[in-house]
Design a protein around this ligand. Structure first.
Ligand SMILES: [Zn+2]
Length: 298
């Protein structure tokens, strides 16, 4: 632990030296190359989706967690800290999805950065001594996260307030349409239970009165034990589960094994933790909602 701590701080020292030496040239480059777009850093994909929906061509967004990488066990590297140090707005999920955040914040001495906790004002689901971080998989939460991002962009760039407000309204209307459509649909189904790769759909379930079971837990912390597998098989049989939802990044092979065992098929679902199939937030959510609905209706 101590070793890790020391390593982290020696990295920071190097980064700060780096950044102060390069600050001048970095500034020039961004102004020329990006036509003074606001430099935004987000930790992982859904936050990029929300930021782009609100900021559009007025911002340039970089995502820390590389595409195709599972964000639950990500830790920032030197180049990431350097980028954070030089950005204007830093957007993170919150609810300890970024367990490294405090150390990172403490080490960055750029007071001009606006840090945005996207989970502000969200009614979080408690799990033991922490919270379920998968807030973005709820359409209702997405509006709150987008609003938090909108407020930050207005703070940085108040002359474009109307632009950000309009984009927020458009996004929020699209979300409402989707929500209302599926609220009605899910009300008509009797079976409310489905099985996923990891327990990412707690807020999604709360929105629509559904129940999830999953191969891995909420923190995606490893493949299931033999006991857990047996419990899942029983759960599927008892609830006549005919579809096992499969995630590309979390135990897809175990999902396939389970499906075979209970005579179900596998269908891909998006946690949106990484960008998949080039779909934006609304498209991914619509796809998820339709697939889950299809799996539940008779
Ligand atoms: Zn997750």
């Amino acid at each position: 632990m101590f070793k890790k701590f020391m390593k982290f701080f020696s990295i920071i020292a190097i980064v700060l030296c780096f950044t102060s030496c390069e600050k001048a040239s970095f500034k020039e480059n961004t102004n020329e190359d990006n036509n003074e777009k606001i430099q935004v850093i987000v930790t992982f994909n859904p936050l990029k989706e929300f930021a782009m929906a609100i900021g559009k061509d007025k911002i340039e967004v970089k995502t820390l967690v590389p595409e195709g990488t599972e964000p639950h066990d990500f830790e920032p590297k030197i180049k990431d800290l350097k980028q954070i140090h030089n950005c204007k707005v830093f957007i993170y999920n919150g609810l300890n999805m970024e367990s490294w955040l405090k150390k990172c914040k403490d080490s960055i001495d750029n007071k001009d950065i606006i840090f945005v906790d996207s989970s502000k004002n969200i009614d979080a689901i408690k799990i033991n001594n922490s919270y379920d971080p998968h807030i973005w998989l709820s359409l209702l939460n997405a509006k709150i996260q987008a609003n938090n991002i909108k407020e930050a962009l207005i703070k940085v760039d108040s002359k474009n307030k109307d632009f950000y407000e309009k984009n927020y309204k458009d996004f929020s209307n699209n979300v409402d349409d989707l929500y209302n459509d599926y609220k009605e649909k899910f009300n008509t189904v009797e079976n409310k239970k489905f099985v996923t790769g990891h327990a990412a759909f707690g807020y999604f379930c709360r929105d629509f009165g559904l129940e999830q079971n999953s191969i891995e837990d909420v923190f995606s912390s490893g493949e299931p034990s033999a006991n857990k597998m047996k419990e899942l098989i029983d759960y599927c049989k008892q609830n006549k589960i005919k579809t096992i939802f499969l995630e590309d990044m979390v135990s897809p092979k175990v999902s396939e094994t389970l499906a075979k065992e209970v005579g179900a098929k596998t269908v891909k679902i998006y946690t949106i933790e990484s960008k998949e199939d080039n779909k934006n937030y609304i498209e991914s959510m619509k796809d998820n909602l339709e697939k889950v609905y299809k799996s539940l209706k008779k």
